[in-house]
Design a protein around this ligand. Structure first.
Ligand code: HEC
Ligand code: HEC
Length: 150
């Protein structure tokens, strides 16, 4: 049997979550802004990717690093992967690029493969060109000590 006190606690918790979600929702605006669904909006402002530059530091160790260079016209399809022409283990030295890490050779069952794993083939699924975008919600997030050394 559920005790009344427990029900009250659950109710309070639930209400708290609704309040918290409403508070967040007020600050986050979708790309449509507050335009009603039956009206057209203007196109959202385009982000201007930083052209080739210094990589923005990672915020956590497992983060896919941002791409510090332009990738316009870099094709990735079944037969060809432009990224690998510079980032594969065979080519990285000549290109002066970072080689893809070991993790990119593991399948989902952690078997180590000789070639890049299918789940890491479409690079731009995880890696995006970098832009110094403002956070959607102001926050006090600090990268971990393992990265900052502080
Ligand atoms: C013409 C060669 C070339 C191609 C093609 C290329 N890159 Fe790069 N990439 C580089 C070089 C050189 C660097 C190192 C630049 C630096 O660190 O300033 C780099 C850096 C990076 C980094 C940062 C690595 C780090 O250590 O932080 C990522 C991620 C990356 N590239 C992803 C990609 C992806 C994804 C593609 C395909 C869409 C791609 N690159 C295509 C040459 C290339
Ligand atoms: C499923 C997500 C995912 C895909 C797809 C993916 N990567 Fe990564 N990549 C990561 C993550 C996460 C890291 C950082 C941790 C690590 O090394 O695994 C990383 C790290 C890297 C690094 C830095 C390695 C280092 O030693 O610092 C390079 C370069 C890179 N990826 C290139 C690529 C290229 C090129 C492709 C496409 C052929 C690709 N990645 C596909 C998630 C991905």
């Amino acid at each position: 049997m559920i005790k009344p006190l427990r029900i009250a606690t659950l109710l309070l918790l639930g209400m708290g979550m609704v309040v918290a979600q409403t508070a967040i929702a007020e600050h986050v605006v979708s790309l449509r802004g507050h335009t009603p669904l039956d009206e057209d909006t203007g196109a959202p402002e385009l982000k201007h990717w930083d052209k080739d530059g210094q990589p923005i530091e990672r915020d956590y160790v497992q983060q896919p690093p941002l791409i510090p260079h332009q990738i316009d016209g870099y094709k990735i399809n079944q037969k060809f992967n432009k990224c690998l022409t510079c980032h594969s283990w065979a080519n990285y030295r000549e290109a002066g690029a970072t080689k893809i890490s070991q993790t990119h050779f593991e399948d989902r069952d952690a078997n180590v493969l000789a070639n890049i794993s299918a789940r890491r083939y479409f690079c731009t699924q995880c890696h995006v060109p970098q832009v110094n975008a403002r956070p959607l919600v102001e926050n006090t997030f600090e990268p971990i000590q393992a990265i900052t050394g502080k």
